[in-house]
Design a protein around this ligand. Sequence first.
Ligand code: HEM
Length: 452
Amino acid sequence: MTAAPGPSRPPGPRSRSPLGHARVLRADPLGYMRHLRVAYGDVLSFRVGPREILLVSDPAAAREVLVDKAASFRKGRGIQKMRDFLGSGLLTAEGAEWRTHRRLMQPAFHRPALAGMAADIVAATRPTLERLHGAAQAGEPVELGGEMLRVTLRAISAVLFGTGLSDAELEVVERELPPLLERTTQRVRAVVDLPAHWPTPANRRATRAGAALDTVVARIIAQRRAAPEPGSDLLGLLLAARDEDGGGGLTDAEVRDEVMTLFLAGHETTANLLTFLFLEFARHPDVQARARAEVRAVLAGRDPDAADARALPYVNACIQEALRLYPPAWIVPRQATEPVTVAGYDLPAGANVSVNIFLMQRSARHWPRPDAFEPGRWLDGARTPDAFMPFGTGARMCIGNHLALLEATLITATLLRGLHYDVPGGGPTGLHPGVTLKPGGPVDARVSAVRE
Ligand code: HEM
C-alpha cells in the first residue's frame, strides 16, 4: 500500500524512520506481530522499508484474500524469488501455467493414489527408527529437528521416486538439497538481495547443488521415459499426467521444476510439524502415553498403513493440535495485481498483504486457552473451526495436505510405538519464524525403549 490507500487507513503503528518497523520486526517477528495484533486488532498495517504491509489474522478477511478475491492477488515477493532456484513449479507459477499444472497434478495427490505409497514411507522411516533405538541403547542424546528433517527427506524421496534412487543418489539429495533450500530462504528474507546469478560464494554453492540435483532428477526421468510403464510413485504419476482430452502432458523441464518444488514444499514443513509434535509429547508424558497406547492397540505389532491414518483419532488430534500451535507455513504473503478492497479497506495494485496463520490459530477470540497444547479439543466430533488453516485455503491451498497428514501419521506411529521421548529442561521455549516456523533452538532428546 502507499499512503492513504482508501476511505480510511487500517490501524497500525506509524514510523518516521526510512526503515519503518524493519528493525524491530527482524529482531522478533512473532513477538512484534502479536504485540501489533493486541494493540490494533486482526487487520492492521505497518511499514517495512518502503513497503506498507496489511497484516491479516481475521478468518473472514483471510478468506477474502485467499478465496473470494484471490483473482486480484499473486504470490508475495519472497515466493517470486524462489523461481531462481526452483524454476517454475506449482508453488511459484501464476495464471494459466499454474492452472494447467495444478489440474494435471491434482489426481496424484488424492487419497487413493497416496495409499499405495504408505509402505514406501514406512520403509523410509526405518533407518531413523534404527538410529533412535541405537541411541536409546547407548544412552546418547538425539537432536529431534535434524532427525525429523532426515526422515521426511527420505519419505518425500520415497513418495517421489519409490525405490528408484540408488544409495549414492540419495546421498546426493541429502547433501545438496539443504544448501539450496537455505540459500532460497536467505534470499526470501533478505532486505537487500543480490541476484541469483551473481557469483557470491552462497550463490555458487547453491548453483552447484542445483546442478548436482538436476543430474539425479534428469537420470531418473530419462530412465522412466524409456521404461514401458512410468511407475506408480509420484514421478510416474507426473510423467503420465495428461489433459482430459489425452494430450498436453508435462515436459521433462516442467517435471524437473515440479520435483524440486515438491522436495522444497514437502520436506521441511512436515519435519517441523513432527519436531514440534514430539517436543510436545516430551512436555506432556500423559499425552505421549495415550498416543502410544492407541498406536499399539490399533497396530498390534504390524507396520502402519494408509487405512490406519483414520483409525488413530487421538494421534490425529495431537497432529492437528501441533499444526494449530505451530503452523509450519505460518504466514501466507500476497501482492495485489489490481485495486481491491479487503476488510473494507481499499488497497492499490501492488499492495502487500500477509495472512498470518500463526496469529489466527493462537487468537483467544477463536480458541479457549490458545497457547496450551490440548489435543482433546479435536476429539468428540468437533467441527474444524474457521480459524484453522494450516494448509492455507482457496485454489492455492496446499496440494500436499493429505500426503503431509499421511506422512505425519505413519512416521509418528512408527517412531512412537516402541520408544519414549524425553526432552530434559523442556526444550527451546522460543520459536524461529523463517520461511517455515521452527523451534527456537536444537531439540535435544533422550530416547528410551518401551517394551511392546
Ligand atoms: C505439514 C506440512 C505442510 C504444510 C503446513 C503446508 C502448508 C502449505 C500452505 C499454507 C500452502 C499455501 C501457500 C499459499 O497459499 O501461498 C502450501 C502450498 C503448497 N504445498 Fe504445502 N504444506 C505442507 C506439506 C506439503 C507437502 C508434503 C507437499 C508435497 C509434497 C506440499 C506441496 C505444496 C505445493 C506444491 C504448494 C503450492 C500449491 C499451489 O500453489 O497450487 N506441501 N502448503
